[in-house]
Every structure is written in C-alpha cells, then in structure tokens.
Design a protein around this ligand. Sequence first.
Ligand code: NCD
Length: 320
Amino acid sequence: MSFRARHLLGIEHLAQDEIRAVLDLAERYVDLNRRTVKSSDVLAGMTQINMFFENSTRTQASFELAGKRLGADVMNMSVAQSSVKKGETLIDTALTLNAMHPDLLVVRHPNSGAVNLLASKVNCAVLNAGDGKHEHPTQALLDALTIRRAKGRIQRLTIAICGDIAHSRVARSNLILLGKMENRIRLIGPPTLMPSGVAEFGCEVYDDMREGLKGADVVMMLRLQKERMDGGFIPSEREYYHRYGLDADKLAVASPEAIVMHPGPMNRGVEIDGEIADDINRSVIQDQVEMGVAVRMACMELLARNLRAERGAKAVGSMV
Ligand code: NCD
C-alpha cells in the first residue's frame, strides 16, 4: 500500500507516492461530495474527536463534515468550555480523551510542535489541523489537489507564494509539498516577513511583486498573521496593500492562465483585491474550500486503514 503514515503530522514526513495516494483517493470523494446523498460507511463505528485550541472556520467545518460523510461518530471538543480553561495541560486533556478510545484525533494548536508531542502520548491516529508556524498538512494537500485539477499536473509549475511567509504554516507545508513535487517556487514578500534560511528549501526570494509574479502559473496569497506578530512588521496596511496586495495590475505580469489561491480567511484590501478574489476566471478560492472536504476524507480513510491493519496485527499477535 502506498500510504504508510501512522499520523498526519506534516508534509515533511510524506513521500511523493503517499502524497499522490491522498490526491487520487480525494478525487473519488470530490465526486461523492457532489451527489445529493453523500454518505459512505468507511469510518462506521469509529470515533473522531476534533480539538481546536485556535480559531477556525474552514478547517474545523470541513474535518467535521468529512468525518460525518464517512460515517464516523464525530465530537467537537469545545475548548472554550473545557477544563483547558481551568489550567489542564494539553497532554492531560489528550490523555483524558484518549481514555475514551477515539480512533482519530484532529488537533489545531497555537504552539509549533504541540501536535507532534500529543501524537506520542495517544494510541489513535492524529491529524495536524495546524500547529503554530510549523505545519498545516491538509491545507497543502488540498492546495495540491486544487492546482492539479486546474493545471492538469502538480509538477514543473512556477508557483509564487506571496505575503507573510514568516508566520505562515500554510506557506511552510506548501513549500515542502510543492518542492517534493519538483516545482519552481518563488517566495514574494517584504524582507521583514521572510523567514531566515528559506534558501535551503531551494526557492527564489523576491521583495517586488512584479518581479516575482512574472510568468507565474499559480499565485498563492497569504493573510498577514497579525496574531503571531509581536511588533510592527509593516509600515501600515495601506502601504502593504500598495506594494504587496494582489490587484489586476500586478496579476497582469503572471501567466495569462495563472490561477489565484488563498487559504482563507481573507482580508480584502490588505493582501488581495476583492474583485480578483471573486473573479471566477482567475480565482480558485472556493475550489480550495471544496477540495478541503475531499482531501480530509481521503486522509482519514488512509489513516483509518493503517490503524485497522495495526490493530488487527496486534490482535492476531495476542492470540498466538
Ligand atoms: C490558515 C491557517 O489557519 O493556518 N487558514 C486555514 O486553515 N484555512 C491560514 C490563516 O489563518 O491565515
């Protein structure tokens, strides 16, 4: 079998064939999700718990829908009303939930590395729904599926990732995935929002949008992650929009068939012009949301298969 991972913690740990396995299976779920009856029993009898320690609209909603469409019992732990507010640590919360025998644990946390730590303490499959500035693997996978469907391939493309690269787990996971798939990656943004050591990922770095966007096949915009900034990284939002906001003028230098992406939530008039975001001939932002559900269904099915195989093997082992 081509998908061997026990958890989905980051793109870093996935091989090219595992990435393709997710995308190929997700294609089947895109079809299912477009039917009136969307149910399947792939996760029937299994329990999925979603733990979101950070705000989320798209990611949480799509993980919930994905689990429900696959027939799992899905529980959303409400962090605001949980014992986390009484001082319980992440690990204690996880161990408590683990004792209730979930099969899949979906976790978003503001600290980089928190989800990896948690995965080492529980005996179910853990999916990282975003940890600090570290990784957001399902976002990179849904972006890859969106690109593959729009461009017909996921290699040998020129892909520009623009904006607040330094604070973005979306940029990091995409950089790793698109690099593994042998694309030409350009990072565009102000030097203050460019992480140190990006050169080691083998990408080109620009601080001028018109330079960096020249001939690009894919233009991926990112939100200014103000919640992760402690100080002034930009002179003002107006100035930022002027220099780095995607508008028709700047987009004109990209390939005439270039697609525009954004993981959401979007700040119109800060990193992107509202008209570009809504332009159905250029923007695939709504497709990204649609692909999100299908990709998460695929990831959960593949992890559940591995979990069943592992538990089956253990059960056989204990009988002899
Ligand atoms: C992103 C995230 O949370 O990392 N959003 C998402 O999952 N769609 C990007 C962001 O918050 O800007």
